[in-house]
Write a protein that binds this ligand. Structure first.
Ligand code: CUA
Length: 321
């Protein structure tokens, strides 16, 4: 395979794929070779040529039934073993919630990864950023908040649909690929593999596999940022959540630019002039459709930010003069 493998399933899936490719190539070459040979060997040589009368050949029919049956059942057996492993989660396995939303991914980590043991709420990483600990098995519990999506990490060789009103799951053990071991960590693509609307092709994320110490440091960083309200935290949120639709240099992308936005009175769709203040920003993050800036369309999905993250966003907006 030409895509890095970064999970316990990668070698097995690659083997399976290679066997299927080999069988396909062998069958293609064999059937075409026989076809060409027959075309030449049994071509019509004169107008008197007649096809000989052959009813059937038992041994040929038995052979072409038994050999493919063995091949297909072998492929099925390998697939079944892998499928069972992908569905089996050990008791106490680390559970990570995955939410697919038009058009981004959100990841929540169990509260027992917190340093502050008095808090019981899940930890959240920035949108479209997933962090995993090298060699520690995880169970992804997957859900869509709006329409069908599909959580696909090619390097893990796994894919699972994200469905509204229903939880799906898969398990695997992340492992830093051989190619990226020298860096000490591995970074891989996350795709949405189910057409889910206009920006389906931009529903991209990154998964970072970290060694144990770095992973714990990352979780501590997430924990601290939760209660840390600052423009710097807001800038990070901007990078992961807002950047693709809102510029900070005044240029118009999908939505209004954030440059110089703070504190201004500007028109919304109804024609009314509304102050771009704390309440407007908060409402526009949580319910983007409530007040649409004049001249723009209602395209923004609601964002999953906590109160302190919204406050950080506000602090960041204030700096964009
Ligand atoms: Cu989400 Cu395609």
């Amino acid at each position: 395979m030409w895509i890095e493998g970064a999970s316990n399933f990668a070698p097995m899936v690659d083997l399976h794929m290679n066997i299927i490719n080999a069988v396909t190539i062998v069958c293609f070459v064999l059937t075409n070779a026989v076809l060409i040979y027959f075309v030449i060997r049994y071509r019509k040589r004169s107008d008197k040529d007649q096809t000989s009368s052959i009813a059937h050949s038992t041994w040929i029919e038995v052979t072409w039934t038994i050999i493919p049956t063995i091949v297909f059942f072998t492929l099925f057996a390998i697939g079944l073993v892998g499928f069972r492993q992908m569905r089996a989660a050990a008791a106490g396995i680390r559970e990570i919630n995955v939410y697919g939303t038009q058009w981004s991914w959100d990841f929540y980590y169990p509260a027992n990864l917190r340093t502050d043991k008095t808090k019981t709420s899940q930890l959240k990483s920035p949108t479209n950023e997933l962090y995993l600990e090298d060699g520690v098995p995880v169970k992804f519990i997957i859900k869509a908040t709006d329409v069908l999506h599909s959580f696909f990490v090619p390097a893990f060789r796994v894919k699972e649909d994200a469905v509204p009103n229903m939880y799906t799951y898969m398990t695997l053990t992340p492992q830093i690929s051989e190619e990226q071991k020298k860096n000490g960590f591995g970074v891989y693509d996350i795709f949405c593999a189910e057409y889910c609307g206009r920006d389906h092709s931009r529903m991209l994320g990154k998964v970072t596999i970290l060694p144990s110490a770095a992973f714990k440091a990352k979780m501590l960083e997430l924990e601290k940022e939760e209660s840390n309200v600052s423009p710097a935290v807001g800038a990070k949120i901007y990078e992961s959540n807002c950047k693709s639709c809102h510029s900070i240099d005044g240029s118009k992308i999908v939505g209004p630019s954030f440059k110089g936005l703070w504190g201004k009175n500007e028109a919304i769709e109804s024609g009314e002039s509304i102050a771009r203040d704390e309440n407007y920003v908060r409402e526009s993050i949580l319910q983007p459709g409530a007040k649409i800036a004049k001249g723009y369309q209602n395209l923004m999905p609601p964002q999953t930010l906590t109160d302190s993250q919204i406050s950080s966003m506000i602090e960041y907006l204030k700096t964009l003069k």
